[in-house]
Design a protein around this ligand. Structure first.
Ligand code: COA
Ligand code: AMP
Length: 631
């Protein structure tokens, strides 16, 4: 039988240049590439070398010129401020071109960095597209991060300007951004020349004369500017993500490959047509927000939706159904955690009945493995196609999926289905040898990665090689473990490093440990990601105190919880810790985090042969019992 997926997949691996050159025909180029794939500096690769494009042109101007000027480009739906605001392609182009004018008049040139630290407001999208328009490199920082995380990113990206807002709104709580921004700038070694602040009615930010500029007044006196042609290989943005230490990695995205891959993905993976409403319920500060709130839907001529709210509590667990029904959403993309939150509050899905969702046909889930129960619940209650798909900040678009636009495969709950065209996914043991089907191993991808994937880390080629390419020469290390079954379905099971996924947010337990260890009374510590019914995993801290410390353990626990909140941010969801006598270790001193995790989750575990002192596990068992583990 003819398989559209097989045909695309095979061609993408056998002749990647022909495959992606063909996809690139769908994009507007000022000048086409000289070489589809530049392999002259292996293991680093560049796509569409010599090509000249503009990302913003492809997202906006092209559609205005081609008959979509009056179609909605962006719907802003904000239950937390009780606002719905829409922008046609023409209107969005107008404000983006004018904000590009603002940036230009403040001295921003091609290649300059601009940090965007904003809540889920249209101005965040406008700022990103305005940067793309003039070839500036944006770096969006998620609002749930603390000042310290922002400062680290300022020092790495060295922005000339930071665009921010007076506040974000978390359900009913006003989160003032400006004090965090001021603190971050104070802490950072590199100072931006200016900040541009959007004053929201919910909070008024105090401004520093000469440094802080007001969004509205700048916009009222600016002129629109045109797109600046950039090289396909020029950076479009930097997005920082958790690595294995407290220092985040600056994932770089280029212009040309990103444009080609994301545009291709909309039809072939998501099965969406131009003109349809596509909603990624994520945050612009995460990769899902970059790729599937902002860029891909606009490249494809869809209407994209920016939702400033939560799946529950704004005002109820019917919020998603209200948005889908009110704005005629065809495809929704979110994290399984959102569905678990809805399911917990409305297990029967009673609120679904209240809304007519005529156009709604598919739900895509990512950010963590979708547990089969949640997948089944969504499928049963909504009666639509539900697809778990797998990707990373580094890839920028899905690596494993059921590509419904090409060919829909039967779902196996717990599997993300198959490798996406362009990704030659292999499962290898620690020596890099491929393992047989159904055997769990390291998931790696044969180089070159397809277009759209990160070509490097910001100013750090050597870190890129070291973190991702050196372990398995010729392959990209995903740091995920899993297996392929006899039908070539991919099962992504866990990380091989210290990253955990908390409510779809990627965190480094090592980064949290660094904060705990900096407490004066803490001698050593371990942070373990333990299964959580709603968030997938939550970080739990185990603290060993210095000899002679006689302050109450509970006080120290509250102090370290506050330290994590202040240093990493509320998004770390670090709320549980305990003081223990000693940590379980191997004879060589390695902390047995995996064993603690299994004990807490009630999963059978073997006492490691290399354990220093097996009796310690009884102590840990009773410490865990005091915390209520296993549930
Ligand atoms: N600015 C400031 N604070 C923020 C924030 C932001 N942008 N986003 C989250 N926070 C805060 C929350 O208010 C919360 O604070 P608290 O500890 O004082 O209550 C904390 O960070 C943890 O947030 P979160 O993990 O999101 O938990 P939650 O209880 O507020 O909501 C869910 C839980 C499941 C409803 C929520 O995580 C969700 O909607 N997830 C959807 C999936 C998603 O967006 N994934 C991203 C990748 S696809
Ligand atoms: P992020 O970079 O925040 O997108 O996180 C990427 C990580 O999330 C991956 O390396 C996986 O560990 C995990 N992940 C994302 N999607 C899935 C999925 N569908 N199944 C299993 N794990 C996933």
């Amino acid at each position: 039988m003819h398989s559209r997926y097989e045909e695309a997949y095979t061609q993408s691996l056998q002749d990647p240049e022909a495959f992606w050159a063909n996809a690139a025909e769908d994009v507007n180029w000022y000048k086409k590439w000289d070489r589809v794939l530049d392999s002259s500096d292996q293991p680093l690769y560049r796509w569409f070398l010599g090509g000249v494009v503009n990302t913003c042109y492809n997202a906006l101007d092209l559609h205005v010129e081609n008959g979509r000027a009056d179609q909605l480009a962006l719907i802003y739906d904000s239950p937390v401020t009780d606002t719905i605001k829409t922008f046609t392609y023409r209107e969005l182009l107008d404000v983006v071109a004018r904000f590009a004018g603002v940036l230009r008049s403040q001295g921003i040139q091609k290649g300059d960095r601009v940090i965007v630290y904003m809540p889920m407001v249209p101005e965040a999208v406008i700022a990103m597209l305005a940067c793309a328009r003039i070839g500036a490199v944006h770096s969006v920082v998620f609002g749930g991060f603390a000042a310290n995380e922002l400062a680290t990113r300022i020092d790495d990206a060295k922005p000339k300007i930071i665009v921010s807002a007076s506040c974000g709104i978390e359900v009913e709580r006003i989160i003032e951004y400006k004090p965090l921004l001021d603190k971050a700038i104070e802490q950072a070694e590199t100072k931006p020349e200016y900040t541009i602040i959007l004053q929201r009615p919910q909070a008024q930010a105090s401004m520093i004369e000469g440094r802080d500029l007001d969004w509205d007044s700048l916009m009222s006196s600016t002129k629109p500017v045109d797109c600046v042609p950039v090289a396909a290989t020029d950076p479009l943005y930097i997005l920082y993500t958790s690595g294995t230490t407290g220092i985040p990695k600056g994932v770089v995205r280029d212009n040309g490959g990103h444009l080609v891959a994301l545009k291709w993905s909309m039809k072939n993976i998501y099965g969406v047509d131009p003109g349809e409403v596509y909603w990624a319920a994520s945050d612009v500060g995460w990769i899902v927000g970059h790729s599937y709130i902002v860029y891909a839907p606009l490249f494809h001529g869809c209407t994209t939706l920016l939702y400033e709210g939560k799946p529950v509590g704004t005002p109820d667990p019917g919020a998603f159904w209200r948005v889908i029904s009110e704005h005629n959403v065809s495809v929704l993309f979110t994290a399984p955690t959102a569905f678990r939150a809805i399911k917990r509050e409305d297990p029967e899905g009673a609120l679904i009945e209240r809304y007519e969702m005529k156009k709604f046909r598919s739900l895509f889930l990512a950010g963590e493995r979708c547990d089969p129960d949640t997948l089944q619940w969504a499928k049963d209650k909504l009666n639509i196609t539900v697809i778990d798909h797998w990707w990373q900040t580094e890839s920028g678009w899905p690596m494993g999926a059921n590509c419904v636009g090409l060919e829909e495969f039967p779902i196996k709950p717990g599997s993300c289905t198959k490798a996406v065209p362009g990704y030659d996914i292999r499962i290898v043991n620690d020596e890099g040898k491929e393992v047989e089907p159904k055997k769990i191993g390291n998931i790696v991808i044969k180089l070159p990665l397809p277009p759209g994937c990160f070509p490097t880390l910001w100013n750090n080629d050597s870190g890129y090689r070291e973190s991702y390419l050196d372990s398995y020469p010729g392959y990209y290390k995903t740091a995920d473990a899993g297996y392929k079954d006899e039908d070539d379905y991919l099962w992504v099971m866990s990380r091989t490093d210290d990253i955990i996924n908390v409510a779809g947010h990627r965190l480094s337990t090592g980064g949290i440990e660094e904060v705990l260890a900096s407490h004066a009374d803490v001698a050593e510590c371990a942070v373990v990601g333990i299964a959580d019914e709603i968030k997938g995993e939550i970080p739990v801290g185990f603290l060993v105190l210095n000899a002679g410390v006689n302050r109450p353990g509970e006080t120290i626990i509250q102090e370290v919880i506050q330290m994590v909140r202040d240093s990493i941010g509320p998004v770390a969801s670090f709320k549980v810790a305990t003081v223990i006598k000693r940590l379980p270790k191997t004879r060589s001193g390695k902390i047995l985090r995996g064993t603690i995790k299994k004990m807490a989750e009630g999963i059978p575990y073997k006492i490691p042969a290399t354990i220093d002192d097996p009796n310690i596990l009884d102590e840990i068992k009773s410490d865990l019992a005091n915390l209520g583990y296993p549930h």
